[in-house]
Design a protein around this ligand. Structure first.
Ligand SMILES: Cc1ncc(COP(=O)(O)O)c(C=O)c1O
Length: 388
């Protein structure tokens, strides 16, 4: 027998994963790659978050292709607080953001169709496109003292055959929000090529500077737009499995997209009843949860700036939000060699840039901003030592 070609992944461990296996058990190991907020010592993770699971409503199964109404109303309120007016019939609740991407891909593209996503970017996009039999092309983000879309390169890649333009706002791992003029240019391109836009906004609420007030693409009605988000990041609850798609755009197109998405979603009905019933309560804790994670991320970013901002051998990428930061290191070693150096000599794990498709001609490392600050402080000390 044979397996589907789309599953022909290279799963052989590389030098870095082998070294990690070996070094992780050391008592002095420091992991500067942590991305799971439930393992980062946050105080918000207390048993009272589970209180709604005892709600007798959880014993009923009354599925709705859009998701349960009370949950959708709480999502509408979340967007209203961010200046976007959304009605519940524009929302589809999914189990996670990967599933949200999959539903939108099923709606927009057939096998072999082209979709565009940014590079550097979120590593799972490649798998999501592959599992949906799509041809993924990457458009570049450039580092001009802060990362942004290379609009000329993107315009050169878009055609009438482009089935979707994806962006991440703010981007992972580079941390750039789509700026106002960039947004206008992206929407123009989508209008010119009749290409729907997919905006992944899972890190939207994690601006490093309180003055930064980005606009969600959920307020874009000019072209067909799918805004994806969920509680794995905005409420720090990845284990609860709840995300959503917001559909906006010109009314006729939007209605047709929703009509078709209803059938896709109805085929899976994967979001659980207890977590949907708990969503309004979890949103009532938003300030506590998101506030605690945001303070951590800001504290770590400030520590990074103080520690490495003026270091002669490191260029700390500018960025503006999210849970990661990008470091550019001297090119005397490639990114994987630097990551191995810190892991083997200093028992400190960092992600090499290639994992996120950062430009291979430079040596980038990616550091998580979720790390408990005392670990971060120690880890940065080792980084400075290891830089020589
Ligand atoms: C840009 C981006 N989108 C989506 C996700 C995953 O979200 P979920 O846990 O809801 O599938 C991640 C996870 O790191 C991410 O970085």
């Amino acid at each position: 027998m044979t397996f589907a070609k789309r599953t022909d992944w290279n799963t052989a461990p590389n030098a870095l994963t082998q070294a990690l296996e070996r070094i992780k058990p050391s008592p002095d190991f420091i992991d500067l790659t942590v991305s799971n907020p439930t393992l980062c010592g946050f105080r918000y993770l207390e048993p009272s978050l589970l209180q709604e699971f005892k709600n007798p409503q959880n014993l009923l199964y009354q599925p709705d292709a859009h998701g349960l109404l009370e949950a959708r109303l709480s999502i509408c309120a979340y967007y209203a607080r961010r200046g976007a007016a959304i009605s519940p019939d524009q929302i589809f609740i999914t189990a996670n953001t990967s599933e949200a991407y999959t539903f939108v891909f099923k709606l927009l593209a057939d096998a072999g169709d082209q979709v565009l996503a940014p590079a550097p970017g979120y590593p799972l996009i490649e798998y999501l496109a592959g599992l949906n039999d799509l041809k993924l092309e990457r458009y570049p983000l450039c580092d001009n003292g802060g990362w942004s879309t290379d609009l000329n390169a993107l315009a050169g890649l878009m055609t009438a055959e482009t089935k979707a333009l994806m962006l991440v706002h703010p981007a992972n791992p580079t941390g750039n929000y789509v700026a106002a003029e960039e947004r206008a240019a992206l929407v123009d391109l989508c209008a010119r090529f009749s290409a729907p836009l997919i905006s992944d906004e899972v890190f939207f609420d994690y601006a490093w500077n309180p003055q930064v007030r980005p606009d969600s693409f959920a307020s874009n009605n000019r072209t067909l737009t799918f805004t994806l988000s969920g509680i794995s990041k905005i409420l720090g609850l990845p284990q609860m499995k709840l995300s959503w798609i917001i559909v906006t755009g010109p009314e006729t197109l939007r209605r047709e997209a929703c009509r078709r998405l209803e059938i896709i979603s109805d085929t899976y009905l994967s979001a659980g009843t207890p977590n949907q019933n708990a969503l309004p309560f979890w949103f009532s804790r938003e300030e506590t949860i998101c506030g605690e994670i945001r303070s951590r991320v800001r504290e770590n970013r400030t520590m990074l700036e103080k520690s490495l901002g003026t270091h002669t051998r490191v260029n700390l990428s500018k960025g503006a939000g999210g849970w990661t930061s990008v470091l550019e290191l001297p090119e005397d070693k490639q990114d994987e060699a630097w990551a191995l150096h810190f892991l083997e000599e200093f028992h400190t794990a960092l992600h090499p840039g290639y994992l996120f498709d950062l430009p291979a001609e430079k040596s980038y490392l990616v550091v998580s901003l979720l790390v408990p600050p005392d670990r971060m402080h120690k880890g940065l000390g080792r980084l400075k030592l290891g830089l020589g």
